[in-house]
Ligand binder design. Structure first.
Ligand code: KG4
Ligand code: ZN
Length: 361
């Protein structure tokens, strides 16, 4: 049975947890870093923009339309047909239930048709491992800062599949704080990147905004109070703030979020005794955050790793990679092809892994 893992394995990953349909093919071999063979992505940002946020039913329907053509695009560009896929991997959660069901259903249907196992992957595990696709990948162990639209967590990562939660947000996520503040500044959905662009032209010292829980003594986060402070400040500026006022408020908002993220990440390194920080999730694309983290880490003799910019937000490559790395590590999950389910609220804590023998089914 063990011999089955020695030949190159091709894993097809499908991500449909929110508003991107992502498909990718990753090849893994013992003793070698997994290799991305092909990937394709369709973003639904244009579809949801008129509504100012993700409309779950529209998201599910669009995933249905996109996912099979993207699978076709990926296999064609990798120069293989579907029979050349050895494992199917899909995002099992967390995410929008209907959207997750599309990826799970398609992956498991393909798995049945091809007689291959299908694995349900944790979306945050995908984000967390995505820097391993970069040219300069990290090594274990490390502290991970996961900053996305739905999550803000610090984790101690000993190895693939061994994740210990150090701190979490008690209300809004960092990405949510960017998005909600962006909306208050009259920017569109999803807003984080637009707010960052506007912040580039502003002076962060123009407004004093709170840094919630910054000195709480633990590694938890809170961003709801910051959003309220931004709302209060925006109201004071009236219905027609000047470009300078908007840019200053954007800069002050970004500085408050970045300050908290940097402070807590450095504290997590300090208290854990680890010297490597991995930052992943949509907000890890933020240039101000990268600059400040790099400076703080260098001063403390630590290093920071990020995903390449195009793998910061949701994509299929991180799901295929997480499955491939689990396979290489001798871990994985149950073959779910006949009993698939999704976990819209799935916590990435100390993940319970199953022995390798269960993966080969
Ligand atoms: O990881 P992701 O693509 O989706 C989730 O799993 O949630 O993260 C999306 C989040 C959004 O809140 C978006 O505004 C934010 O990442 N984001 C940014 C930037 N690019 C994306 N936030 C700040 N600065 C950016 N450059
Ligand atoms: Zn995500």
């Amino acid at each position: 049975m063990r011999l089955a893992t020695l030949k190159p394995m091709r894993v097809l990953g499908i991500e449909t947890s929110c508003d991107e349909t992502g498909v990718a093919l990753v090849e893994c071999q013992p003793g070698r870093a997994p290799r991305l063979l092909a990937e394709a992505l369709h973003s639904q940002v244009g579809l949801h923009r008129p509504f100012g946020g993700v409309v779950p039913e529209l998201a599910s329907r669009d995933h249905i339309r996109r996912v099979l053509p993207l699978v076709q695009e990926v296999t064609t560009s990798a120069g293989i047909d579907l029979a050349g896929v050895d494992r199917l991997a899909y995002t099992r959660g967390p995410g929008l239930a209907g959207a997750l069901l599309v990826g799970a259903g398609v992956a498991c249907a393909l798995a049945c048709a091809l007689d291959r196992p299908a694995w349900g992957i944790h979306h945050l595990e995908g984000h967390l491992l995505s820097p391993f696709l970069a040219r300069d990948p990290p090594s274990f162990p490390f502290v991970a800062l996961l900053v996305s639209g739905g999550h803000t967590q610090l984790m101690a990562v000993a190895r693939v599949g061994d994740y210990r939660l150090l701190g979490d947000t008690i209300d809004d996520a960092a990405g949510e704080a960017f998005d909600k503040s962006a909306k208050l500044l009259g920017l569109g959905y999803p807003g984080g990147a637009d707010l960052a662009r506007l912040a580039d032209q502003g002076d962060a010292r123009a407004y004093a905004l709170p840094r919630p829980l910054m000195h709480s003594g633990n590694l938890d986060f809170s961003f709801a109070g910051l959003k309220t402070a931004v709302a209060t400040q925006a109201r004071k500026l009236g219905p027609a703030p000047s470009d300078t006022q908007r840019a200053d408020l954007a800069a002050a908002t970004q500085a408050a979020i970045v300050d908290v993220l940097v402070h807590k990440s450095m504290r997590a390194l300090e208290t854990s005794g680890l010297r490597t920080l991995v930052v992943a999730g949509g907000v890890s694309a933020n240039a101000a955050l990268r600059l400040r983290l790099d400076q703080a880490a260098a001063a403390a003799g630590c290093r920071v790793h990020y995903p390449e910019l195009h793998w910061c937000s949701d994509n299929g490559a991180m799901i295929a990679l997480a499955a491939a790395m689990r396979l290489q590590a001798g871990l994985s999950m149950h073959d779910r092809r006949y009993t698939f389910d999704v976990e819209p609220r799935w916590a990435l804590g100390a993940a319970s892994d199953v022995p390798l023998s269960e993966n080969l089914g």
